[in-house]
Design a protein around this ligand. Structure first.
Ligand code: DI6
Ligand code: FE
Length: 401
C-alpha cells in the first residue's frame, strides 16, 4: 500500500550524520521508503492513504545494537552488595556475577525465558526501538546457548521488531570448564558454533575479552573460526582494562568493538581504518560507577563511527530505555544530542551489518520510523526516560505501542 506521510519534519540521518528536512513528506510502499523530501517538492502521487503526522519530528526507528535481553533471574541482590562497596570483579570471583545468571538461565525453560525477555523487549519498543540485537552468553553449553538464540528468533517472529542474534558463548567460563579456558574455546570452535550456525541461529559472533574472561589469543581463535563459517564478529573490549581487544577486532574487520573505556588512540586508529563501529554503553559505565571515560576526542579525531546501546543485562546495565542511554551518552560521555541520535540510528545499523537497509531515512531503505511529538530532536536526549508521545511505523505500517 502506497502511503504519504506528511505535516512533519524529518531527521533523516542520511550519509551517516544528523541532517534534517523541515516540512517534509515521506512516501512508503511495500515496506520501503519510495520517496522522501521537502513537501513542496512532493509531486502528485497515487496514494491509497495520506497520514497527517501533526507536526511531529520523524527519526529512523531506534536501533539497540547491544543487548543481553534474554536471561533468567535478576541480580538486584548483587546491586545491593556493590552499593556496600563490593566490586563487580569480587562478586564474579565469589561465584556471583555472570555465573549466577548462567545458573538461572540454565534452570529456565525456553517459554519462561521468552516470557521474561518479551516484557523487557517490549519496554524498549515503547521507547521507539524497531531493531534490536540480542546476545546469547548465559547458557555456555550447546543446549542452553541454543535455547537463548531460539528465544531471540522467536521474539522476531512474534513482535513487530527486527532482531539480530549474536552468539556470545565466549562470555564467561562455564563451571564444567573451570581452569580450562583453552579447552572451552576449542569446544566452542569445534562443536557449539558450527552446530548453532548450521541451525541458522547466529548472525554474528561476540566474545568478552578481559582478564576475568578470555584473552586476546583465545578470542583470536574464535574469530578465525567465525571467519571460516562466514560469520561477522564483534567484541566486548577494553571495558575494565586495556588488552587491545579493539585492535584485534579491527584486524578481523569486526562490525563493532563495544564498551571501550580503556581503549588507546592506536586502537581508535585501527578501528577507523577497518570501519569497526565503537559501541559505547553508558548504562554499564553508570551502573558500575566507572570513572574512566572512553577517549571521545580520539574517536572523533580519527573518524570512528560511534554507536550507543543499552547493554540491557542483569548485572551491569538493567536498562530498559534506549532514550535514557541517549541522555547518559551526552551527560556521562559528553556526546552532543546529534551524535547520540546518530548512535542509536545510522551507526547502530552499521554495528549490526544492517547499514544498507536500516538506520536512516533514504529511498530504498526499510520504512521503520518514529514520529515524535517533540519540539526539537535534542528533546529525545533531554528527557530522562519516560514515555514520549509518538507513533511508530515498522515496514510502512503503524504499530500500536
Ligand atoms: N560486559 C557486560 O557489561 C556484560 N557482559 C559483558 O561482557 C555484563 C553481563 C553480566 O554481568 O551479566
Ligand atoms: Fe554486553
Amino acid at each position: 500500500m502506497r502511503t504519504v506521510w506528511q505535516h512533519c519534519h524529518v531527521a533523516t540521518m542520511a550519509e551517516g550524520r544528523y541532517s534534517a528536512i523541515e516540512d517534509a513528506a515521506i512516501i512508503t510502499n511495500a515496506g520501503l521508503i519510495e520517496w522522501i523530501g521537502p513537501r513542496a517538492e512532493l509531486a502528485s502521487v497515487e496514494a491509497e492513504r495520506t497520514v497527517d503526522l501533526g507536526g511531529a519530528w520523524v527519526t529512523p526507528g531506534l536501533i539497540d545494537c547491544h543487548t543481553h535481553a534474554v536471561f533468567g533471574g535478576n541480580r538486584s541482590g548483587e546491586f545491593e552488595q556493590r552499593l556496600q562497596g563490593v566490586s563487580y570483579a569480587e562478586i564474579a570471583a565469589q561465584g556471583g556475577g555472570i555465573a549466577s545468571t548462567v545458573r538461572a538461565t540454565r534452570a529456565a525453560s525456553e517459554d519462561e525465558l521468552f516470557a521474561s525477555a518479551r516484557q523487557r523487549v517490549q519496554a524498549l519498543m515503547r521507547d521507539g526501538v524497531t531493531t534490536i540485537e540480542i546476545k546469547s552468553g548465559y547458557g555456555l553449553d550447546l543446549a542452553n546457548e541454543r535455547k537463548m538464540l531460539r528465544v531471540a528468533r522467536r521474539l522476531a517472529d512474534e513482535l513487530p521488531l527486527a532482531v539480530r542474534a549474536t552468539c556470545l558463548a565466549a562470555h564467561a567460563l562455564p563451571p564444567e570448564y573451570a581452569g580450562r579456558a583453552d579447552d572451552y574455546i576449542a569446544h566452542i570452535c569445534d562443536e557449539m558454533l558450527p552446530a548453532l550456525a548450521a541451525e541458522g541461529l547466529v548472525d554474528a559472533v561476540d566474545a568478552f575479552c578481559e582478564h576475568l574472561a578470555f584473552s586476546p589469543a583465545q578470542v583470536e581463535r574464535l574469530f578465525i573460526k567465525a571467519r571460516e563459517l562466514g560469520l561477522p564478529v564483534k567484541l566486548h573490549a577494553e571495558q575494565l582494562s586495556s588488552l587491545h581487544g579493539s585492535s584485534l577486532a579491527a584486524r578481523y574487520q569486526a562490525l563493532s568493538a563495544d564498551h571501550l573505556e580503556f581503549m588507546t588512540e592506536d586502537d581508535a586508529i585501527a578501528m577507523a581504518k577497518a570501519g569497526t563501529v565503537a559501541v559505547l554503553l553508558p548504562g554499564a559505565f553508570y551502573f558500575l560507577r566507572e570513572t574512566q571515560l572512553p577517549p571521545m576526542d580520539a574517536l572523533r579525531r580519527h573518524g570512528v563511527k560511534i554507536a550507543l546501546a543499552s547493554d540491557l543485562n542483569p548485572g551491569t546495565s538493567p536498562g530498559l530505555s534506549l532514550r535514557l542511554m541517549l541522555n547518559m551518552g551526552c551527560t556521562c560521555f559528553r556526546m552532543t544530542p546529534e551524535e547520540a541520535l546518530a548512535g542509536v540510528t545510522v551507526h547502530a545499523a552499521t554495528a549490526l551489518g544492517l547499514g544498507d537497509s536500516h538506520g536512516s531515512l533514504e529511498v530504498g531503505k526499510v520504512a521503520d520510523f518514529v514520529a515524535w511529538q517533540i519540539e526539537r530532536p535534542a528533546d529525545l536526549a533531554y528527557w530522562l526516560g519516560g514515555d514520549l508521545p509518538k507513533r511508530v511505523v515498522r515496514k510502512g505500517h503503524e504499530i500500536s505501542n
